[in-house]
Ligand binder design. Structure first.
Ligand SMILES: Cc1cc2nc3c(=O)[nH]c(=O)nc-3n(C[C@H](O)[C@H](O)[C@H](O)COP(=O)(O)OP(=O)(O)OC[C@H]3O[C@@H](n4cnc5c(N)ncnc54)[C@H](O)[C@@H]3O)c2cc1C
Ligand code: SF4
Length: 786
């Protein structure tokens, strides 16, 4: 039997909306499945007391899908319109050299520009300067900051997909859908209840429906299976008690977003076995687009985060050449009034000290509780808190995988390889904060655990000529599966460094055009907006889209656009160097010992180690500890660093050892005893049985009987826990030690990051050594004299 539809589109973000619109305009029968809800005007959640009331995808298909993945925290939208519902509306085109490597033949800024123009036309983009309301306070602050920092030539106003019409009656947009003008309420990232954001449901998707596309929301796709011809797609119908339903279509366009599309294909290949021939490269070339989040509290002048669209300005940083090039954008950010408490929970000066030994999920839990407390004491100071967003060209060297046993999605993200970018972003955040009369504060997940948060996920199903290099053909078709396409952020083979939605949509415009030309056997087919006819209304009125019937909507022609980034001037030697030094340190440590499984007394480290030694239960690790920013390391109470390396624990790790996944090191954390400090080692890893484990150890430095500084600094009291949190059950206990020859070797491994100046390197070593020895002095010697 012939499949019911010519095309099935999964997901309605920047890829899915473009695909659905063009396929419907080309006359194909189109079905759209979207897991989230529709948001009619005024329906975005606003119950700030209860996170389960409309906010979270996990609770009745709410708006935000926040995934605390191992290696990365990911924020995405769920809803009809995808990321456009909660994004900050910024539309930028990457500089031409972004396309110079990693992209398939035929991709360049020049070849994509007509599609960027098309996207800009459909989404009606313009900068804040087009608004009759004038510039919001934070926009003015950034103008002043750029001047103070000597970065005026790199300052610009990005295009925004916002309607800046004067207040008054709602007016139809160019597709006949009613929209109001922007009121500067600062709520863009939680859904615009005025419909002033040009979200995808008001343009691309409205056109798709006008052209007959059938849309089902609350439909979560779980399975894709080849038929002959076409594909059978299974989805969970959340609107009908989770019933399982199927749809058959000749062609399937997977547009569930970079993380979800990749995960869906991984599950279909590795768990369900329905798509066994997917490329081995599936999941690779994941990029977090260099996302970096920071804050500034108590700015000298009001920042007024809740006034104006979420982002209105940008600043380019472009330093170095070739391999050493660092390129990123800095954008000012805002937040709704009601989120002030959440922001304050990030303020190290106000939010009390956080325990040093919390891992990802525990830390998020504590922050959630603190933000509630902070919300209760919200006051005028909320006007003086700023949000900083940076994004840039990272190494795009991440990998999305499923854990072999638990099948949980995880991200392998190489923080040390991307540190030069992150450290330069930190520098600029410090500079901007200083220009605002304060200092920067960081997202605690980064500050404590060096875990980035990404809202701009890309890659995982990269396009490449050969399946050996990528999952998709250069036109977005899955290698080995004719008629199955991926047309969302997953298809981009490298991070673009700018806010990516324009690029995702432009690539989708290009690729869906190729598909339509092939399917319709019409080699010159282009989107109707590229060849407008004055005679026929392109978008016939439909009452359900709240049209004003008297308004005739005729497709207006696409006008080639300009991009504000094109006006930015970067001097030949690069943008000005930051006056803020960011110097880091790195060293390698090897320790060996014994861990006894299921020791009857988990606190009896010495007894367990002896039992382990008798039974040959060896434990050993070689790890590199990176302190990305020595100043902050020294200033923080948690004195934290990143741990990477390999761990061998007999019976728990594979013969070649297990890689440590985003481990954390804390030097000299205070305890409740005055003359006592602890060095903490937290090393999550996946065991030989595929289960998550945590090596949780501490060295206890205190002035007990005798001068035992060597023993204290070299003895790691260790437990092995099930799971990746410190609350997990203990499965082995013992002691791992630093032996003198290994310590002497360790001394030769110290290297200083971020400076080639021998004087600065010596200074960094002196400061680290001073802190180390100073603490030992405090614990062992000062106690004697006080
Ligand atoms: C807070 C925030 C601010 C941002 N600001 C900007 C900005 O200013 N500019 C910018 O360019 N980018 C911004 N982004 C990023 C931007 O939103 C994304 O890059 C973009 O939406 C990705 O487009 P996409 O088509 O790949 O996927 P998405 O837009 O994420 O769309 C995927 C869709 O698929 C649906 N879906 C997922 N799984 C399934 C399934 N199994 N079955 C059915 N449906 C499914 C989802 O619900 C979603 O609607 C922001 C993101 C966030 C979170
Ligand atoms: S500032 Fe308010 S009105 Fe304007 S686009 Fe954002 S949410 Fe809508």
């Amino acid at each position: 039997m012939a499949p019911a539809y010519d095309a099935l589109v999964i997901g309605t973000g920047f890829g899915g909306a473009v695909a659905a619109c063009r396929l419907a305009q080309a006359g194909l029968s189109v079905r759209v499945l979207e897991r989230g809800l529709r948001y009619p005007k005024g329906s975005f959640p606003r119950d700030f007391e209860d996170p389960r009331n409309g906010w979270l995808w996990q609770h009745r298909q709410g708006l935000f899908d926040i995934k605390l993945l191992k290696g990365m925290s990911v924020v995405q939208a769920a809803g009809y319109g995808g990321g456009s519902l909660i994004y900050a509306n910024v539309h930028l085109r990457p500089p031409p050299d972004v396309f110079a490597s990693g992209w398939p033949e035929g991709y360049s800024r020049e070849s994509l520009d007509p599609y960027y123009d098309l996207v800009a036309h459909m989404l009606d983009v313009q900068p804040i300067t087009a608004s009759a309301r004038g510039l919001p306070p934070k926009t003015k602050r950034m103008q002043e900051v750029a001047k103070k920092l000597g970065r005026e030539a790199q300052f610009f106003y990005p295009n925004l997909a916002v309607r800046f019409a004067p207040a008054g009656e709602p007016m139809p947009n160019k597709f006949g859908v009613l929209q109001e003008g922007c009121s500067y309420c600062g709520e863009c990232d939680i859904g615009c209840n005025r419909r002033a954001k040009n979200t995808l449901d008001l343009n691309y998707l409205a056109v798709a429906e006008q052209r007959g596309a059938e849309v089902t929301t609350q439909a979560e796709v779980t399975r894709i299976e080849p038929l002959s011809p076409g594909y059978r797609v299974t989805f969970t119908d959340h609107a009908n008690a989770g019933m399982q339903r199927t749809v058959d279509a000749r062609r399937v366009f997977l547009c569930a977003g970079a993380v979800n599309s990749t995960e869906l294909l991984l599950r279909n290949r590795d768990v369900l076995g329905t798509l066994p021939d997917l490329s081995a490269r599936l999941g690779t070339r994941y990029s977090a687009n260099g996302d970096f989040l920071a804050f500034a509290f108590d700015t000298k002048e009001p920042w007024d985060p809740a006034v104006g669209p979420t982002i209105t300005t940008g600043m380019v940083v472009d330093e170095g050449q070739g391999k050493d090039k660092t390129w990123f954008l800095f954008q000012e950010g805002g937040h709704p009034v009601q989120a002030a408490g959440l922001m304050m929970a990030m303020d190290p000066d106000r939010a009390m000290t956080l325990p040093a030994d919390l891992l990802q999920r525990e830390l998020v839990k504590v922050l959630r509780t603190r933000s509630k407390e902070m919300a209760a004491i919200e006051n005028e100071r909320g006007r003086f808190q700023a949000v900083f967003l940076a994004m840039g060209r990272d190494k795009s060297n991440g990998r999305l995988t499923l854990s072999p046993i638990t099948r949980e999605l995880q991200v392998q993200w190489d923080v040390p390889a991307n540190l030069p970018l992150y450290r330069t972003q930190e520098q600029l955040c410090e500079d901007v904060a200083r220009a605002l009369g304060t200092r920067a504060a960081y997202n605690p997940l980064w500050e404590r655990l060096h875990l980035p948060v990404s809202v701009h996920n890309l890659g995982g199903c990269a396009m490449a000529e050969e399946p050996a290099y990528g999952v998709l053909t250069p036109d977005g078709e899955v290698h080995g599966y004719p008629g199955l396409y991926v047309m969302d952020g997953a298809a981009l083979p490298v991070g673009v460094g700018v806010n990516p939605s324009s690029s995702i949509a432009a690539v989708a415009e290009r690729n869906v055009e190729q598909v339509i030309r092939q399917v319709k056997d019409a080699p010159t087919w282009v989107a109707p907006e590229r060849v407008p006819t004055k005679a026929a209304p392109a978008y016939p009125p439909r009452v359900s889209m709240r049209m004003m019937p008297e308004v005739e909507t005729v497709a207006s022609p696409v006008v080639p656009g300009t991009d504000p980034l094109g006006d930015v001037v970067v001097p030949p030697g690069g943008t000005v160097a930051s006056p803020t030094p960011v110097v880091g340190l790195r060293f390698t440590e090897r320790m060996k010992g014994f861990l006894q499984p299921n020791h009857p007394s988990p606190e009896d480290f010495a007894g367990a180690a002896r039992a382990g030694q008798r039974g040959g239960q060896t434990a050993e690790f070689v790890v590199t500890i990176t302190l990305p920013n020595l100043d902050r390391f020294l200033a923080q109470e948690s004195h934290g660093g990143i741990v990477q390396g390999t761990l061998h624990v007999r019976g728990f790790t594979p013969p070649g050892g297990a890689p440590v996944e985003n481990g954390v090191f804390n030097l000299f954390v205070g305890t409740e005893r005055f003359y006592e400090r602890r060095m903490l080692y937290l090393m999550p890893f996946t065991g030989v049985d595929g289960q998550p484990y945590l090596l949780d150890g501490y060295k206890e430095v205190n002035d007990d009987a005798g001068f035992d500084v060597w023993s204290d600094t070299s003895t790691l009291y260790t437990v092995l826990r099930k799971g990746h949190e410190r609350t997990g059950p203990i499965v082995a206990t013992g002691i791992i030690r630093l032996h003198l020859p290994d310590f002497l070797q360790q001394l030769t491994t110290f290297s200083v990051l971020g400076t080639s100046s021998p004087l600065k390197q010596a200074d960094a070593m002196r400061r680290f050594g001073g802190m180390f020895m100073g603490t030992l002095w405090d614990v062992f010697a000062r106690a004697k004299f006080d």
